[in-house]
Structures are given as structure tokens and as C-alpha cells.
Design a protein around this ligand. Structure first.
Ligand code: GLY
Length: 576
């Protein structure tokens, strides 16, 4: 009798608990499984999207050393509420954090030119003079101060564990490290220590990074103080000074991340929220989307005609995108730079009036002559991205980078982290292309403490006051066109998250003239048609690693690009 009433009491208790606990979905789309597992675990411990982003960002500095970083920088686009107001009583707002690297104070306009004024090959790309002042640690600290809810140390512990206990190397990482080691072998005037640190990465083997573990422990203990003024700062500066690098303690001490207004564009009943200068990404993506919208009628007619003529529709679309991209990359080269140094007319560049006018010369049946595409008159590979939505609907879209895979190839001895080679994103000389083949002019020339122009485009799409999409990718100058195509794939083509990121992408950027880069699985018939139109084609196996989360009809879905080593997950968070 007693046992029966005890059991009934237990059942009642379980019922009450189940009634008072509800589960809400959250999602992550991350560039590797370690960061995905840690981001999920942080949210299951009660952390929000920003907590998950900070923890995952530090994890990637360990498990994704080719792009995840302490020695680089990046951008974070957010849609969130202040940390202590997650009860649905405050409407989330959009924010953008710029933690891009800055040129050292000793940098100057002609620093990469020889006496004859010629660009010194690889000086801005490999070795000690290629690095800007890193921003990642300060960026993560500042976003955590404003929006984090779990303790800083808690967020850093997973990265410390992975550095000290090691993680299993993937084939992808092994291959990238081997390629990079061979590539830098003859490109630096001073010997580099990359091989000593990363030369033995072997797929399937556990890789430990004790020096990095100690650095992470110091940052967990002391915050950015250690990285910008303490022991880590001193190690960094000692290594720079011993090798003609430019970064000084003063550079590190004065580094700050900056909160900026994101680029906002109305498009098809949505708000596109993306990266402002010093990124060219937000401006370019809004330009592409709006020009496409202005020309949708013409495009539809061309697609109809193609169907009649038996021409693959994908070829028509690819040519159409290339036409838009010619114009967007011409604007990028002329107008875009660090808005703290040059005036960038963002509002005009994304205005309907300007883009309508700019669309009028787009040709649907032939290629516009590249030399005749000038910046509009006004009356724009290796990085890593992750996307997170927490159970309260807060979203983080984060792209950060060392620039090339493994950056400058310089590891800070005793601190175990790689330095960026972001100085190559400046225009070293007007009209001379950088490693991504894009050119620039005055707006993006080197100057002390200036931020170099970027293409990183962490983007959030809002619809009906909610996040519809969180999207971004690595890929240098292809970032812009990859994000554009992913948005189009979802909104205009009706593809699922996974289909949208896996669809073969194409890319054109004004220069090289009439060249279209494509993913290997672009159909033969499409390639033949593009060649017949006059394009040259360039196969590109790895053009971005898109990470996307979608909310459609209240349901979350997430996808990691099948070409990378990412992992996307939707899961439930129980809330009392
Ligand atoms: N380093 C690549 C970019 O920022 O666009």
C-alpha cells in the first residue's frame, strides 16, 4: 500500500517536472566537429549564442589552426539582447563588432615596394612583415563583456583542454599543412618556424599544443591584458623585433575592437544585416541582391528564351551573376577601404537609385567589356566562419581569419600561435592584385593603424522581426559571391539549407578579365555554354566553406558545406 502511494507520488512529481520544463531548438553550423560539440555543450550549460561563439572561437584556434586563431582578426554580426534580459521582454538588436587587424604604427604606404617601386614578391604575405596587429582576443573579450552570460574562464576551458590533451588531425588539415609548408619554403627572406610546429600533422594522430595551452590559460586568467600587455605580448614583440617585424608593445597596447553599424539593406521583404567597412562584404552583397532584383524581369525573359533554345539555365544565371559582379568589384576596388581613414559612401553605394542606374548596362546575351567597367558615378583563401542561433533566438554570424591558411607561417615561440598575413589585403600598389587577384587604390593603401580591406561577410537575414538566416564563409574575394549565391539559393530557388550550401558555386570579380571560377561539379553543358559566350573557366575545388542556419515556418535547419570538415546540428535546449 505504502509502495503504491510512493510510486504515485513519484509519477506526479515527474509529471510536474515535465510540465515545468520546456525544450526549445538551437542550432550551430561550424567548420569542424570540435567547435560544433563545444558550442552545443555551452548552450546546454545555459550559455547564450555569444557564449557559444566565444568558446567555439577559442576552440578553433586550437583545432583549426589554418584559420581559427589568436594571431588574426575578424568580424562578428549579431542579433541579440543584452545578456541579462533574455526573457523575451527586450527586442533583440543588430550589432557588428570589428576586430580586424590593424597596420602597425611603423607601417607606411610603400613598405612593400623596392627602390624601383616594384612590389617585393610575397613580402606582404609570408614572414614577419606580413602581419597586422591581431584583434581576435580583444574582439572575443569585448563581445563577452557586452553580451556573454557564462564566466570567461568557463568559455576558455574547452580550448585549453583540446590544446593540452590534443585532438585528432583530419586528412583535410594534414593536406593543407603539407601544401602550405611546401608553398612557403622559398618565399621568406628569413627562416620560418612553421615546420617545427605544424610539420608533423598526421591524419588520425592526436596533436597536442602545450605552448598554446599555456597561452590560453594565461588569457583565461588575465583576459586581454595578457595578450596585449603581458607575457604573451612580450613574447610576440620579442619575436617580431628579432626578425625585422614591425609590431611593437605600443601597437598591442593601443589595439581596440570597434562596434560599428552593420550594413542594412532592404531586400524582398527582408533586412540583410552584414559587414560594413573595413569589409567590402556587406556593401557588395546588398549591391548584388538589389541589382538582381532590379533585373529580375530581364533575367526571367532570358531564362525562358534559354529553355526554348535548349541552353542550360545555369549558364544564363552564371553569366548574369558575372555581369553584376563585374560592376560590384569595380566599385570595391575604387571606393572601399577603412572608413576610419577614408570616406566610404556606403549609403549611396547601396541605394536603390544608384543600383537601378548601375543595372542598366548589364548585358544578358554577351559579356560586358571589362575595360569599360569603371566604378559607378555617385550622385564595395582561408578564413573560417561559424553560425549560431540559441534557444532564445539570438544569433551570431562570425568570420575570422589569418588570411592565407596558416597566415604568415610565423609561430610565436613559447606562445604557440600563428600570426596573420593580413597586410596583403591592403593594396600594396595601385592596380597590383593581391593573393586573391583583387586590386585596390587609394582608399585601401597602407597607413599606420589602418585596417586593411576585407571581403569577410558574416551576414544575418531578418524576416518578420526574426532571424531567417545566419550565413557566412571563408574564401577571400569569393566570400561575397558565395554568400550572395547561398541567399539566392534559399530565397529565390527554394533550396533547403544543405542543398543551398552544396550547390556548385561560380565566381567572377572583374579581374582576371572574363574568367569564371567554378566548383568541379558544375555541369559540363553549363561550362561549354559559358566558354561559347567567351569566358575562360577556372576549376576551384575549394571555393568557400559555407555555414548556414535557416529558420523557415518556425523550424530550424542547419548545414555545413560538404567540401569542408564542418558539422551542423539542430538540438533542443531544456529551459525551466
Ligand atoms: N583575408 C581575407 C579577407 O579578409 O577578405
Amino acid at each position: 500500500m505504502l509502495k503504491k502511494s510512493f510510486l504515485s507520488l513519484l509519477a506526479l512529481f515527474a509529471l510536474l517536472i515535465s510540465l515545468s520544463v520546456s525544450a526549445r531548438p538551437a542550432a550551430v553550423a561550424m567548420p569542424d566537429r570540435y567547435s560544433a560539440e563545444v558550442a552545443q555543450s555551452i548552450m546546454q550549460q545555459g550559455g547564450n549564442a555569444v557564449d557559444a561563439a566565444v568558446a567555439a572561437g577559442f576552440v578553433l584556434a586550437v583545432t583549426y589552426p589554418e584559420a581559427g586563431n589568436l594571431g588574426g582578426g575578424g568580424f562578428m554580426t549579431l542579433y541579440t539582447r543584452p545578456a541579462n534580459s533574455q526573457k523575451g521582454d527586450i527586442t533583440p538588436q543588430t550589432y557588428f563588432l570589428d576586430y580586424r587587424e590593424k597596420a602597425p604604427k611603423a607601417a607606411h604606404r610603400d613598405m612593400y615596394l623596392d627602390k624601383e617601386g616594384k612590389v617585393i614578391p610575397y613580402r606582404s604575405l609570408v614572414g614577419y612583415q606580413a602581419s597586422g596587429v591581431p584583434g581576435t582576443v580583444m574582439g572575443f573579450w569585448q563581445v563577452h563583456q557586452s553580451f556573454g552570460s557564462l564566466p570567461w574562464r568557463t568559455l576558455m576551458q574547452p580550448a585549453i583542454d583540446l590544446a593540452e590533451q590534443g585532438f585528432e588531425v583530419s586528412e583535410h588539415l594534414q593536406n593543407t599543412a603539407q601544401w602550405f609548408q611546401n608553398w612557403i619554403a622559398d618565399k621568406s627572406p628569413t627562416p620560418l618556424n612553421f615546420t617545427h610546429y605544424f610539420g608533423k600533422l598526421t591524419a588520425g594522430k592526436v596533436f597536442k599544443q602545450p605552448e598554446l595551452g599555456k597561452t590560453l590559460r594565461r588569457i583565461a586568467e588575465l583576459g586581454p591584458q595578457d595578450f596585449y600587455q603581458g607575457e604573451t605580448a612580450r613574447k610576440l614583440v620579442a619575436e617580431m623585433q628579432a626578425n625585422e617585424g614591425l609590431i611593437t608593445l605600443d601597437d598591442l597596447k593601443s589595439y581596440q575592437a570597434v562596434w560599428r553599424d552593420p550594413v542594412m539593406g532592404h531586400w524582398q521583404g527582408r533586412q540583410i544585416v552584414s559587414a560594413p567597412p573595413p569589409s567590402s562584404g556587406g556593401v557588395a552583397i546588398v549591391q548584388l541582391l538589389k541589382m538582381k532584383q532590379h533585373l529580375q524581369g530581364k533575367l526571367n525573359a532570358a531564362l525562358k528564351q534559354a529553355e526554348k533554345d535548349g541552353v542550360p539555365q545555369q549558364a544564363v544565371k552564371t553569366h548574369f551573376y558575372a555581369e553584376l559582379e563585374k560592376r560590384v568589384y569595380a566599385d570595391r576596388a575604387f571606393y572601399l577601404g577603412d572608413s576610419d581613414f577614408v570616406e566610404v559612401p556606403v549609403a549611396k553605394l547601396i541605394s536603390d537609385t544608384y543600383l537601378k542606374e548601375r543595372s542598366t548596362t548589364v548585358l544578358l546575351d554577351e559579356i560586358s567589356v571589362s575595360e569599360e567597367i569603371h566604378p559607378g558615378k555617385l550622385e564595395s583563401p582561408e578564413t573560417t566562419h561559424f553560425s549560431i542561433i540559441d534557444s532564445e533566438g539570438n544569433a551570431v554570424s562570425n568570420t575570422y581569419t589569418l588570411n592565407m591558411p596558416f597566415g604568415s607561417g610565423v609561430v610565436i615561440p613559447g606562445a604557440g600561435f600563428l600570426m596573420n598575413d593580413e597586410m596583403d589585403d591592403f593594396s600594396t600598389k595601385p592596380g597590383v592584385a593581391n593573393v586573391f587577384g583583387v586590386v585596390g587604390g587609394k582608399a585601401n593603401e597602407v597607413a599606420p593603424e589602418k585596417r586593411m580591406l576585407s571581403s569577410m561577410s558574416p551576414t544575418i537575414v531578418l524576416k518578420d522581426g526574426e532571424v531567417e538566416m545566419v550565413v557566412g564563409t571563408p574564401g577571400g574575394s569569393t566570400i561575397i559571391t558565395s554568400v550572395f549565391q547561398t541567399i539566392i539559393n534559399v530565397v529565390d530557388e527554394g533550396l533547403s539549407a544543405q542543398q543551398a550550401v552544396d550547390a556548385p558555386r561560380v565566381h567572377h570579380q572583374l579581374l582576371p578579365k572574363d574568367q569564371i571560377a567554378y566548383h568541379p561539379d558544375l555541369p559540363e553543358a553549363v561550362k561549354e555554354e559559358l566558354q561559347a559566350l567567351g569566358y575562360t573557366l577556372k576549376r576551384n575545388n575549394y571555393m568557400g566553406d559555407v555555414q548556414v542556419i535557416l529558420r523557415q515556418d518556425g523550424e530550424l535547419s542547419a548545414a555545413a558545406d560538404r567540401r569542408g570538415r564542418g558539422l551542423a546540428k539542430v538540438f533542443e535546449i531544456s529551459t525551466p
